[in-house]
Write a protein that binds this ligand. Structure first.
Ligand code: 5GP
Length: 120
């Protein structure tokens, strides 16, 4: 079972504007901002505006319109940032073994250098 959503998590505070972030995109369903500790020259996080703990929670519970909006937002952010050529990587960590640290669903977008083989 998924843990209950904690509305004091750091990304909930970013969504509410209670703590600052370097925002790059926002629409009805999603917010994108720069990761505070970038692991690539471009490292953007995209989060849904709804309260979902993880990819698992989102996939199971979100209305289709929110899922479609979020997926399109991720693609839009990468395209608008000029990442499509030469390419980028998407990552969503889930749960303990996935090393998810912030319990609000986020997709990482990495770009700006050859990213090499996927790390385990
Ligand atoms: P996770 O391990 O949960 O997939 O990734 C969490 C990510 O959130 C990390 O890459 C971390 O650098 C980033 N992060 C944590 N706290 C903050 C914050 O307050 N602001 C921003 N912009 N990024 C954060």
């Amino acid at each position: 079972a998924t843990q209950p959503y904690d509305d004091q998590n750091i990304f909930a505070k970013i969504l509410r504007g209670e703590i600052p972030s370097k925002r790059v995109y926002e629409d009805d369903h999603a917010l994108a901002f720069h990761d505070i500790n970038p692991q690539a020259p471009q490292h953007i996080l995209v989060i849904p505006k709804g309260s979902y703990v993880s990819w698992d929670d989102f996939a199971a519970k979100a209305p289709d319109a929110e899922i479609a909006g979020f997926v399109r937002a991720v693609g839009h952010v990468a395209r608008e940032a000029g990442m499509v050529e030469p390419g980028y990587r998407l990552l969503a960590n889930v749960g303990q073994d996935g090393h998810q640290e912030v319990p609000h669903l986020h997709v990482h977008i990495f770009a700006g250098r050859p990213l090499g083989q996927m790390l385990a």
